[in-house]
Design a protein around this ligand. Sequence first.
Ligand SMILES: [Zn+2]
Length: 448
Amino acid sequence: MIDWQAVSEEALGYFKDLLRFETVNPPGNERPAAEYLARVLAREGIEARLIESEPGRASLVARLKGSGGKGPLLLNGHLDVVPVDRDQWLHDPFAAEEAEGCIWGRGAIDMKNMVAMALMTMLLLKRTGARLDRDLIFAAVADEEAGSTKGALHLVEKHPELVRCEYVLNEVGGYTLHAGSARLYPIQVSEKGICWFELVAEGEPGHGSMPHPNNAVVKLAKAVVALGSTKMPLHVTPVVENFLRTMAAHAPPPQRQLLPLLLQPRLAGHLLSLVERQDPARAMALNAMLRNTTSPTMLEAGRKVNVIPSTARAQVDGRTIPGQSVEDFLREVQQVIGRVWKINVLTQHDGTVFPSTTPLYEAICRGIERHDPGSLPVPYMIPGFTDSFAYGKLGAICYGFSPVRLGPDLQFTQMYHGHNERIPVDGFRWGTRVFFEVVRDFLAGGAS
Ligand SMILES: [Zn+2]
């Protein structure tokens, strides 16, 4: 029998230690945190490898051997965190202080909590000598917050033998979402893709004292306004449709009646404008689920205030619905800004959808239902991307499942990259146990 009071206390200790490493990316500097994990694993006879993509940017990979009959399960956690606005924090973001029933710190939700849970799971499986029907890999990686190139993507491209697997458990899913009186647990099975591109406007150079109509800056500005204010066509995927219908079924009126209307092309735009007026954050999230989007983020033009430059450039963060190709997306962009534009694609990867009918998905559902009876796990899509896209390149099925039980007063999405990031101590303890049991059940061949 596992003494869960003692185990969750131990996991909390690792978690707090991890929060105290300042792994703000940039520069990341994940090496000390990765070395810490390696020391904890080594104490119990688990060997780990540190892979550095460049000095200081270390990722850790460790493995528990199974009987080898089936493809490995990989537990992924990134060690880097986003920057903090110290003035806005009520507690030191790198001291792991406990207050108001929560542990406060940058990375408390995103995602040192899950790194600690995965570490604890490795240790417990080793200690209990559990029989594993497949290998369990633990990857604690650098650089997710800057696009994964120096972390998960580096492992996938340079050391695929270390991380090749059949399944991945990763971040952004498994938290409590209160919908009316129901408790949903979104399990991430799908991520949007990216198409980051540059627009180049060309015009006539000239003197600023004599305005002319062929000004590259003005042309670019018009395109940027159009991209920033036009809603592109609706593309409803089955995952999103099911998620919205489930939300609606548990929502009080009038949301119950209104939410499904978002799925109808003729009504969606109008309805979204209504939501926007009442709850802008919600409208933003819904909008991102339903269509390809563009956010202009960088501008560059001119060197002197009195010279009209001949070129002007904008970089745009484009996000694509799974199933939409780059060509589909760029066609929609051209419908917004016209065909005359020179568009340079800078970085691109497609969105992903994984099946929610696998033994691992079922193990996740069983684990949640066992520890929060009456709640409802539901597959969903995130508008961003995680390290999962990297493992997806190796053919892995990836889920976002970083369980934490939250009360109705704490909104997961506001914690994420927000000021005062924190996690309820009870919710962390709960998640540690659920996470371990899901992994153990799955590696024992599924207790179905
Ligand atoms: Zn994250």
